[in-house]
Design a protein around this ligand. Structure first.
Ligand code: EPU
Length: 408
């Protein structure tokens, strides 16, 4: 089964297209709802987005930009805030609706704003809209309080056109950040160290439109490995990067799921019931917060008790009650879970609270006796390309129900 391009890279690469006039060509862009939302944001700015075959997307910036990302779009997708840095750098002004809370809790963007201020932007909050202006960004030394993915990306995209040298310390190290820097460098930027905790950027006067292929989605790989963990058997995933998943593969190994590199992807096998393990999320290269619900879904079936700790987002346990409706034995203690494995779950109607938790419920359903209906499935479509088709292709019995008033 072929793995798609990474949502969390594609969205930021699209935002980076704000930085240069001309026609950008991104390939391996996943066909998912969040990409359509980001296309909507770029169109609202005055750009054109054309989707071709095989994930090829042309993004054209040819007219003066309207530097405003409207609330209707930002409200639906927090990643819309990724245009803040590029707009300030490209046109000196940005109006972006302030994102509200979401299913993970408050999720502030204070580090994005503080870093952009250090680069010479000034902000005011105007009726729910963050209004940023600058008369020219200047390089600065920025130390992040926490290696935030979104803040690192916004600052990187702003600093490439700032005058002089910028250093971002305690930067996030996710593979999607290295992918963004590779795209920016191809456009003519001078970025060194992306993917490590220190990023050095020498500002340049201008960038040009280029072509770039989006890095494979490590979270889609994790999702299919979790499906294997529940259902057993063998799985070959092509066009994927196991080197972006070292900790997950280590934990999977401890659970008895064998994963080996294979050609341009990986091969995995699970024979016996999963063994219990302890898992804890951390910023990359730690275990990704996005994979925890998927691992928990597998650990529901483990032969013993596992402990899981969420260190990145407080309040990301909305799915636990849904798994309990299917018969899982999970106790929540602050930001820890205690999971007593059972041999089988029991299919039930459940509600997807967000993208990864929704996928985790589908994964858990593979080991549930009877039928599971996952409501609010549109959350899953935000981040997964043809999820039901791909699951069927590896042997799962899954079908998409027509949209109805229940939001199925
Ligand atoms: N934080 C702050 N202030 C800030 C920024 C972040 O307090 O200014 C806090 C957050 O509240 C959170 C922590 O820092 O507790 C980490 O947030 P981060 O900024 O790293 O996350 P993000 O950029 O908002 C991206 C992904 C998420 C993924 C996280 C962590 C995208 C579009 N989203 O979010 O992916 O969980 O990094 O790896 O890149 C998903 O794909 O389903 C998803 C939610």
């Amino acid at each position: 089964m072929r793995i798609s391009g990474a949502k969390n890279s594609a969205l930021k690469l699209m935002a980076a297209c704000v930085l240069a006039e001309g026609t950008h060509v991104l390939s391996n862009v996943p066909d998912i709802a969040d990409v359509q939302l980001m296309a909507g944001v770029l169109e609202a700015l005055g750009m054109t987005v054309r989707r071709g075959d095989g994930g090829v997307t042309e993004i054209v910036r040819d007219v003066p930009l309207q530097p405003e990302a409207p609330y209707e779009l930002v409200e639906q997708m927090r990643a819309s805030t990724a245009v803040l840095g590029p707009l300030l750098a490209a046109v000196g002004e940005a109006r972006v609706a302030m994102p509200g809370g979401d299913d993970f809790g408050a999720r502030p963007i204070d580090m994005h704003l503080r870093g952009l201020e250090a680069l010479g932007a000034a902000f005011e909050l105007d009726h729910g809209v963050i209004h940023g202006r600058t008369d020219g960004l200047r390089g600065a030394e920025i130390v992040l309080d926490y290696p935030s993915v979104g803040a690192t990306e916004n600052l990187l995209m702003a600093a490439v056109l700032a005058e002089g040298h910028t250093v971002i310390t305690n930067a996030a190290r996710e593979p999607e950040i290295a992918d963004l820097a590779a795209f920016l460098n191809r456009m003519g930027a001078r970025v060194v160290g992306a993917g490590s905790a220190r990023i050095d950027i020498d500002g340049v006067a201008g960038l040009r439109a280029v072509s770039h292929a989006v890095v494979p989605d490590r979270l889609e790989v994790a999702t299919f490995l979790a499906a294997l963990g529940v259902a057993g058997g063998e799985l070959r995933l092509t066009h994927s990067r196991p080197d972006h998943l070292e900790l997950l593969i280590d934990r999977m190994g401890a659970m008895g799921i064998r994963v080996s590199p294979d050609g341009d992807g990986l091969w995995a096998m699970r024979r016996a019931r999963p063994r219990p393990v302890d898992v804890a999320t951390l910023p990359y290269p730690g275990l990704a917060t996005d994979v925890l619900p998927l691992l928990v879904a597998v650990l529901c079936f483990a032969d013993g008790t596992s402990f899981a700790t969420e260190n990145v987002f407080a309040g990301r346990f909305g799915y636990v009650g849904e798994l309990a409706r299917m018969g899982a034995h999970i106790k929540v203690e602050d930001h820890h879970l205690v999971i007593d494995g059972v041999e089988q779950l029991s299919g039930a109607p459940v509600r997807a609270p967000d993208i990864r938790a929704g996928a985790a419920l589908v994964v858990a359903a593979l080991g549930a006796e009877g039928e599971t209906v996952v409501l609010n499935g549109e959350h899953i479509d935000r981040g997964y390309e043809s999820f039901d088709r791909k699951l069927r292709a590896v042997g799962a019995d899954v079908e998409r129900l027509a949209d109805d008033t229940d939001g199925r």
